[in-house]
Design a protein around this ligand. Structure first.
Ligand SMILES: Nc1ncnc2c1ncn2[C@@H]1O[C@H](COP(=O)(O)OP(=O)(O)O)[C@@H](O)[C@H]1O
Ligand SMILES: [Mg+2]
Length: 242
């Protein structure tokens, strides 16, 4: 099992109720999981906990056999960099670095050999269809291009899992589809494991498993076969309205 969450709880000091309330979740290597749920329900918190970015009040998060919150801060940072790729709604690129440098950044921090960095950046530029943009700066790119750079950067360390928080939240339909097609292709071809938070049912449609998250709990966990989206939508609306 690649990701194991057990008895996970988190409540912010200012919050009345826990935003993660006893979550148990297993994600297998190679799965593409979408997490859907109302705004404020704790999806980002859950994803951050999964990625070693936050700390739970109770419970366990294991990634690739390592219990993240039993590690020292230093070791956790290292594991996060090497095993987990993050993709954010706002891309979070470094504005003063060009595309090539943004993609190379985690590898440079990890002191990878220069030739390896160059080789991998070249491959990622191809995979993410960014040829010709290597020297451009983030401000010179469209949102879709920026998100593809962010995905390339997330993949640069060859992580075990990509965690994406509303990766298409700032993109129009066409650009969203481009980004999702790329994620879906990486998932199919490279057996990349992806956990993606999304508001968008058509984005969730790319995943093979959909979690409906509400009030800190996984209300429903559906493995969809092709064309099963209607069923998921009905479930989702029922949960939202109750
Ligand atoms: N760092 C924080 N400190 C205090 N409250 C927070 C913090 N982050 C999120 N929250 C609150 O926790 C709840 C869940 O937030 P979040 O995980 O971002 O939900 P979602 O991603 O589903 O919209 C919200 O009510 C939010 O205001
Ligand atoms: Mg969020």
């Amino acid at each position: 099992m690649l990701i194991v969450m057990e008895g996970l709880c988190k409540r912010y000091p200012s919050g009345e109720r826990p935003v993660v309330d006893g979550v148990n979740l297993h994600v297998e290597q190679g799965e593409f999981v979408a997490v859907m749920g109302p705004s404020g329900s704790g999806k980002s918190t859950l994803l951050n906990l999964m990625g070693g970015f936050d700390s739970p009040d109770q419970g366990k998060v294991c990634v690739d056999g390592l219990s993240l919150y039993d590690l020292s801060e230093k070791r956790r940072t290292l594991i996060r960099r090497r095993k987990i790729g993050f993709v954010f709604q706002n891309y979070n690129l470094i504005p003063t670095l060009n595309v090539r440098e943004n993609i190379a950044f985690p590898m440079a921090v990890d002191r990878c050999p220069r030739e390896e960095i160059q080789m991998r950046v070249k491959q990622l530029v191809q995979d993410l269809e960014l040829e010709g943009k290597e020297e451009s700066f983030p401000a010179e790119l469209s949102g879709g291009q920026q998100q593809r750079v962010a995905i390339a950067r997330a993949l640069s360390m060859q992580p075990r899992v990509i965690l994406a928080d509303e990766p298409t939240g700032n993109l129009d339909r066409r650009r969203s589809r481009e980004v999702l097609e790329i994620l879906s292709r990486l998932h199919r071809k490279e057996r990349l494991t992806i956990v993606m938070v999304t508001h968008d049912l058509s984005a969730a449609g790319y995943a093979e498993r959909i979690l409906l998250y509400k009030d800190g709990r996984i209300e429903s966990d559906i493995r969809q076969s092709a064309g099963d989206l209607q069923h998921v939508l009905e479930d989702f609306l029922t949960i939202l309205r109750t």
